[in-house]
Design a protein around this ligand. Structure first.
Ligand code: MRU
Length: 353
């Protein structure tokens, strides 16, 4: 199974996603700064994968500490957490993972430096393997919602590349296909950074799942032609009321799906649910460089110096969401928010046991 990030002999092993699909290049990140840069430039991207990579980043900070004072090691790790937290603001999995990792250093009295860094490596490994298991569970729950035979639209890449492995939205598709369903995927190209065109098509084709690439502005036409049976996307942050932040363009897909009576599903682990935020209006939306819009992959086709607005995410209001699929099951209206809260509570209880 493709996994975009793992721990490899005291470094963080990743596939450089900015090079896909032209080249498959794996690198070992050896410093916190390299990890932060990889997240910032989207060599590692997708909410769960960002969280896992940041967790390994903190393990790296502890591993590289050369002194002999546990309190000083904790400070180094806290500093690393600040650096990593400043990389991207929208995916809550980043902050969730950093906070879970730092909890492992709450009690350091009498511990050796080696045992502390081992604590962090073990916890980061755990976050990664849990995520893979959660994606498989999402695949089972969500796969059951798809028709036995049909066409599914997805936006951006919420696949193996965006998680520990297997994927959330693409996990749902994999789950359906593995249960014998005949699913054909339509992948939105996902401007400006083309995660759909570059990554979703690449990873589905690699698995032999039928996929057709379309430009973002073709989705409405396909829906009107009766070509789409369901939409499935991932998420970067889900507010307590079920509003969903995901890659820019997701909201347009949800509105179109609603117009055409097509179910719009969101697949995400409970680590993506942010119960602190009562609605999607409070989700911070990352804005990125103008050059991503004017000059995709280095080729400029807009006038130099033109004004650009480049929000990386948008928020889909919960009323457009047919169901939110997590590792805990499927949450639907009414009382979507209460069901999400219950799922988060269940996930916490499972971790504590
Ligand atoms: O900017 P990106 O590529 O990190 O955005 C990724 C997405 O929007 C994904 O849909 C989301 O993180 C869910 S990944 C399972």
């Amino acid at each position: 199974m493709l996994s975009p990030v793992s721990w490899n002999e005291d470094s963080v092993h990743i596939i450089e996603q900015t090079r896909l699909p032209d080249e498959e290049v794996w690198v070992d990140l050896k410093t916190v700064e390299q990890v932060a840069r990889a997240i910032r430039i989207l060599d590692v991207r997708g909410a769960p994968a960002i969280g896992i990579t940041a967790a390994f980043g903190l393990a790296l900070a502890a591993r590289r500490y050369e002194g002999n004072d546990p309190a000083e090691l904790v400070k180094e790790v806290q500093q690393a957490a600040k650096t990593l937290a400043a990389t991207r603001p929208t995916a809550v999995n980043l902050f969730w993972a950093l906070s879970r990792m730092q909890k492992k250093l709450e009690n350091v009295a009498g511990a050796t430096i080696d045992s502390l860094s081992k604590r962090l490596i073990d916890e980061a490994q755990k976050i990664r393997s849990e995520d893979i298991a959660y994606c498989r569970a999402i695949g089972k729950h969500g796969g059951a919602l798809l028709p036995n035979q049909g066409y599914v639209l997805t936006h951006c890449n919420a696949g193996a590349l965006a998680t520990g492995g297997y994927g959330t939205a693409l996990g749902v598709i994999r789950g359906a296909v593995e249960s014998g369903k005949q699913i054909h995927v339509f992948a939105d190209e996902t401007r400006p950074l083309l995660q759909g065109a570059r990554l979703t098509t690449w990873e589905l084709a690699r698995d032999g799942i039928e996929v057709t690439l379309i430009c973002d502005n073709m989705a409405g036409h396909l829906m009107k032609m009766g070509k789409i049976d369901a939409c499935v996307v991932g998420s970067d942050r889900i507010a307590a009321n079920g509003d969903v932040a995901n890659k820019i363009g997701t909201y347009s897909v949800a509105v179109l799906a609603h117009r055409h009576d097509i179910p719009f599903y969101v697949a995400a682990p409970t680590s993506t649910i942010d119960l602190q935020l009562s609605s999607g209006d409070q989700i911070p939306i990352e804005e990125r460089e103008a050059s991503e819009v004017t000059s995709p992959r280095g080729t400029r086709f807009a006038p130099e110096g033109i004004n650009v607005f480049n929000p990386a995410f948008d928020v889909t209001p919960n009323e457009l969401v047919a169901a939110i699929i997590t590792e805990q099951g499927v949450a639907t209206h009414p009382e979507l928010g209460a069901k999400l809260e219950k799922m988060v509570r269940q996930a916490k209880a499972e971790l504590e046991n």
